[in-house]
Structures are given as C-alpha cells and as structure tokens.
Design a protein around this ligand. Structure first.
Ligand SMILES: NC(=O)c1ccc[n+]([C@@H]2O[C@H](COP(=O)([O-])OP(=O)(O)OC[C@H]3O[C@@H](n4cnc5c(N)ncnc54)[C@H](OP(=O)(O)O)[C@@H]3O)[C@@H](O)[C@H]2O)c1
Length: 321
C-alpha cells in the first residue's frame, strides 16, 4: 500500500531517511481495526522518528504519522487516539510506562490504512472536516491537557505561550482564548506573532522580550532557547507546563528562583481518550477550528517535512488522501 515512511535513522540529516513509496498491507490482530486514512497531520515527533530519537533502530522501516482521521470498514468516520497502552493496562493511559504512540512500536498514519486497537477510535462529528479532525489527536490533545488538566489556571489569568506558529503553540493560543484566559505569546518573527494575534492572542512579544508584567503560567515546548525567559516571566506561585524541548532538554534549572518564588514545573504528555472526547466536544461548543498553515496531498509529504524542519510553520501541516 502507499505509505510515507522512515527507512533508517539519520540523526543529523532526518530527511535522508524519508521515503514516499510502498509498504506491505497491514495485518489486523484480534481486537484491532483497520482505518482507511483520509487525513493525518505532521508533528515534530515525526522528525524525531526520522532522527532515530524515541525509537529503537530495529523498528525501522516505520510508517510515519502519529495522528489522523479516517473511515472504518462499516463507513463510520473516526478520529484516532494514538496513545497505545500495553496489554492488561487498566490505569490512566498516559501513565502506562510501556505505552507507545503510533510510530514508536506500531505503524503510523501516513498511509492508505492504519491499524489500531478498537478502543483507540472515537466518532468524528459530521460537521468536522477530516483535515481539522486530523489535527486533534497529538498537538491539540497535548495543548488541551497542558491547559485544562495540568496548569490549574483559571479564566481571567494570564498565560504565556512560548512559540507562536507551531502546532502545539497555535492550539494553546486558540484554546486559551476560547476559555477566557489573557493569552500572550512569543514568536521569532513578525509574521509568526501576527498569526498568534489573528488566532486570539491579546499581545505578542519577540522571543526573550521583557513582558509588561509577570504571568500566572507559561506553556513550554521550546526548551533551552526559552526556558530562562519562562522562569523569569512567572509570578510567585506560577506554573510552567512543559511538553517538549525542541531546542534542547537541559536548560539551567535556576533552583533558587524555583524554591524562593514557589514556582511549579509540571510535565505533560499527550492526553487520555476521555480528554480527546472532551476536546472534540469543546471544538464544537467553542466554535474552534485548528489553524492549518498547509494542506498537501500525502504524496507531497516531503514539502511539509521540509517546512517544519526549516521552522516555516503557520499552525498545523496536514496531509490528505
Ligand atoms: N509530550 C508530548 O506529548 C508532545 C506532543 C506534541 C508535541 N510535543 C513536542 O513539542 C514540541 C513542538 O511540537 P510541534 O509539533 O508543535 O512543532 P512545530 O509545529 O514545528 O512548532 C515548533 C515551535 O517551536 C518554536 N521554536 C522552535 N525553535 C525555537 C527557538 N529557537 N526559539 C523560540 N521558539 C522556537 C516555534 O516558535 P515560532 O513560532 O516562533 O517559530 C514553534 O512554535 C516538539 O519538541 C514536540 O516533540 C510533545
């Protein structure tokens, strides 16, 4: 079948391992279902996979794509939940130490068909396009959990999003605005800051800029490049919620500021099936549509990968079939 896959890890030149080609038809284990993919979105996770980060070398070749939307054999339109728990796990999905995302152990969604456990599909509302639905199960779910489950921020408080144009960053801006928070964002260029304002940010700033006042919470996916600024931007008792470290994972800890100002640093990863269901409902209730900067046929996936690698994002990059 048609598939976009990583043939081998290339730590320094991730696109060297990207193949737009053919892979064998998937087997369907008991309790799993085949989904005909209609749209899937690109995440930084796919670039990590191409680099060989978070995946064992023996698991290549691996079909890329860790979210998506499609159609079951009976015609039901579905959104995928891509957190796959280990057999027998009954607790909260993201806390299973052996959980994997699609593309870490099981083949991903940039293909004609993806096979997932039957519990990992949710109904797609008829009013939601496949492209919009494809944005929800990684970037938007991660943003939803960071804001509504982990941060403990309330409407009326001020949140700072580090990065303006990324998939998780744009979702945070849109969700925060819809939920009644004062939303500030940093962006590396005027165009990126303009996008955040168009999506609902009340104010935007250059990366690292001094803010007019300190904020209640900072949302981090950037890592080393912005961490010091995030720590310095918090009010006493404020929170950093971190789900990524694109520019490096070992920033200075600044422990004195951490304990003296009683800051909280909270990690967050993906979200549960129930949170994905709530996110799908929230999109409808709040009238939200994900910001899609580029929509390409899956055959042209390489263009999307190049744009993300070059930092040329304007929200999500979606591949359709
Ligand atoms: N833990 C999880 O479950 C989870 C889920 C999703 C994503 N993530 C992680 O979150 C990160 C973002 O993923 P994504 O899919 O949203 O990627 P993306 O769409 O490519 O966005 C990248 C973001 O990083 C910002 N950025 C990159 N380099 C920067 C720098 N030097 N200084 C300031 N900002 C910089 C960009 O800001 P500008 O707009 O200013 O360019 C942009 O907002 C990745 O590390 C990914 O692995 C984790």
């Amino acid at each position: 079948m048609f598939a976009v896959y990583a043939d081998a890890p290339h730590p320094d030149d991730p696109l060297a391992g990207l193949v737009v080609g053919e892979r064998p038809e998937p087997q369907v284990p008991d309790g799993w279902v085949p989904v005909t993919v209609r749209a899937a979105s690109l995440n930084m996770h796919d670039l990590w996979t191409l680099r060989g980060v978070g995946i064992k070398a023996e698991r290549f070749p691996m079909i890329l794509g860790c979210d998506g939307a499609g159609v079951l054999a009976d015609g039901t339109e579905v959104v995928l939940h891509s957190v796959i728990t280990s057999p027998g796990w009954t607790g909260e999905e993201t806390l299973d130490p052996k959980r994997t995302l699609l593309t870490e152990l099981h083949q991903g969604t940039f293909a004609e068909t993806v096979v997932v456990p039957a519990a990992n599909v949710l109904p797609k509302p008829a009013s939601m396009s496949f492209a919009d639905a494809a944005c929800l199960s990684t970037a938007w779910l991660t943003a939803y959990r960071m804001l509504f489950v982990k941060s403990e921020l309330r409407p009326g408080q001020t949140m700072l999003v580090q990065g303006a144009s990324g998939g998780v960053a744009t979702a945070l801006v849109q969700l925060g605005r819809a939920a009644g928070l004062r939303v500030w964002a940093t962006g590396r260029s005027e165009a990126k800051r303009a996008l955040a304002e168009q999506l609902g940010a009340h104010a935007t700033f250059e990366s690292g800029a001094r803010l007019p006042e300190r904020v209640d919470g900072v949302f981090e996916t950037v890592g080393e490049a912005t961490w010091n600024h995030s720590m310095r931007s918090l009010k006493p008792g404020g929170v950093i919620v971190c789900s990524g470290s694109t520019t490096g994972g070992n920033p200075p800890a600044d422990l004195q500021r951490l304990f003296f100002l009683q800051l909280r640093v909270v990690g967050s990863t993906m979200g549960t099936r129930a949170e994905l269901a709530d996110l799908i409902s929230f999109m409808d209730v709040a009238g939200l549509k994900p910001s899609i900067g580029a929509e390409l046929p899956m055959e042209r996936a390489e263009e999307g990968f190049r744009a993300m690698l070059g930092g040329e994002t304007a929200g999500k990059i979606v591949f359709t079939r």
